[in-house]
Design a protein around this ligand. Structure first.
Ligand code: HEM
Length: 420
């Protein structure tokens, strides 16, 4: 039995300050989550302003709370940050809705992201991966993030959405400013450091949100003027109530896709490659048995758990695992803790590409918000790893950077590698 995660930060004394973005720069506080799971699995966590939230850390409780969506609502926001009523309204996407309002939006795009639909894009996506990987491999040493993992996901998502490849870089840069809004490497408007009041009604309190809105509106008018067969076109069709989305709903929806399809897969790819390199036996097993790619991808998803948590709000007084939770209180589902719960996973700190079963919660589980892009992300990971391994016999890490400054997204910002 492996006692702790090989990437556990040494400064984690079991009492890490979870809401602080700074905590996460040195890595996921695995020891803190282990202590919480063992001692107080539903635990009140204080925030700097004196408020707080319930942290749910055990697998069973996370899955149960996620399933009881009518009691653990997404309507008041899914981020730790508290928002005023007008902010929530202006920035609302389907993520901040419960059924049936949520279903109305989700149905518009659901078919575009099913396993079957995504598989029809495999060939062009593989070609894209080959092109980008071969370009990177021409260098003796390269940053896997900047040269591969940062570029691919948005270009791949772009194929489904129907945006031209040439706009990929622009969308990636905007996506970074949105989801990485707490890291000064990606934005001048670091949410907890500078005054972002001016942008409070814009997604992620980021001026980049305005740029994405403009882009979305142009894309919409292009499609109103001529025939297209893509996801953006589908998003403009009438919803189940017979009415199309309002401009604000459409803008927020488009922005959600740009944000959600960007960093998440980037860091899963990066941390996944890092895990394979640092576990040479597992890497060799995969090279020798390429048919293991499916289960390797699932283990990478569990191991990396890039989206550390999402938040809910209790809609009534209730009990969860013996703890009383009051109506209106904030509840945080820590996916990153649930995926390492030793009550669910044998030897959770072992990176095992043959792990079976592997019912991780990386995409959520048993709830209406189950990740829309799950099949796309799986395919992006599978295709990229397959094509990279085919073209290399050895991959070595020469330098890594610190992790993203974010309590929401966990990922190494740069991973320099040498290949032969
Ligand atoms: C490894 C990569 C990814 C991870 C770890 C991830 C994680 C998640 C999680 C945990 C949720 C549930 C949110 C909740 O319960 O409130 C979610 C929802 C969502 N994801 Fe992903 N995601 C990934 C890739 C993608 C991609 C590529 C897209 C492409 C557009 C995407 C789009 C979405 C959307 C739109 C939702 C909201 C679904 C809803 O509210 O019904 N995700 N994702």
């Amino acid at each position: 039995m492996i006692e702790t995660h090989p990437w556990a930060p040494i400064n984690d004394d079991g009492f890490a300050d979870l809401p602080s973005h700074d905590t996460w720069v040195s890595g996921v506080p695995y020891s803190t989550f282990k202590r919480m799971r063992d001692e107080q699995p539903v635990c009140w966590t204080k925030e700097i302003d004196g408020s707080g939230f319930w942290s749910i850390t055990r697998y069973q409780d996370v899955v149960e709370a996620n399933h009881r969506w009518d009691e653990f609502s997404s309507k008041n926001g899914i981020r730790l940050e508290e928002m005023d009523h007008d902010e929530i309204e202006a920035r609302r996407t389907m993520m901040e809705l419960d059924p049936p309002q949520h279903t109305r939006l989700r149905r518009l795009v659901n078919r575009g992201f099913t396993r079957k639909t995504v598989e029809t894009f495999e060939e062009p996506i593989r070609d894209l991966a080959i092109e980008i990987i071969e370009k990177a491999l021409k260098k003796t040493e390269f940053d896997f993030v900047d040269d591969v993992a940062r570029i691919l996901p948005m270009r791949m998502l772009g194929r489904l959405l129907g945006v031209p490849d040439k706009d990929g870089e622009l969308l990636v840069a905007w996506g970074d400013q949105l989801l990485s809004n707490a890291d000064p490497e990606y934005t001048d408007h670091v949410v907890d450091k500078v005054d972002t009041e001016e942008f409070r009604l814009i997604p992620f309190r980021s001026p980049a949100g305005l740029e994405v809105f403009k882009y979305a509106q142009n894309a919409a008018s292009e499609r109103r003027n001529s025939q297209h067969q893509d996801l953006i076109t589908r998003m403009l069709e009438p919803t189940s109530d017979g009415q199309p989305l309002t401009d604000l709903e459409f803008n927020n929806f488009f922005t959600l896709l740009v944000a959600a399809g960007n960093d998440t897969t980037r860091y899963s790819l990066t941390e996944g490659l890092r895990a394979l390199i640092e576990h040479p036996d597992e890497m060799q097993k995969l090279r020798d048995n390429p048919e293991l790619i499916g289960s390797a991808v699932e283990e990478i998803l569990r191991w990396t758990t890039v989206t550390t948590h999402f938040r809910r709000t209790a809609t009534s007084d209730m009990h969860l695992s013996g703890q009383e939770i009051k109506e209106g209180e904030k509840v945080v589902l820590w996916w990153v803790s649930a995926n390492y719960d030793e009550r669910k996973f044998d030897d959770p700190y072992k990176f095992d590409i043959c792990r079976n079963p592997n019912d991780h919660v990386t995409f959520g589980r048993n709830g209406p918000h189950l990740c829309l892009g799950a099949w796309l992300a799986r395919m992006e990971l599978r295709v990229t790893i397959q094509e990279l391994l085919k073209r290399t016999s050895q991959i070595e890490i020469t330098k890594t950077s610190e992790k993203l400054r974010s309590h929401l997204i966990s990922g190494t910002k740069h991973l320099f590698v040498k290949t032969t």
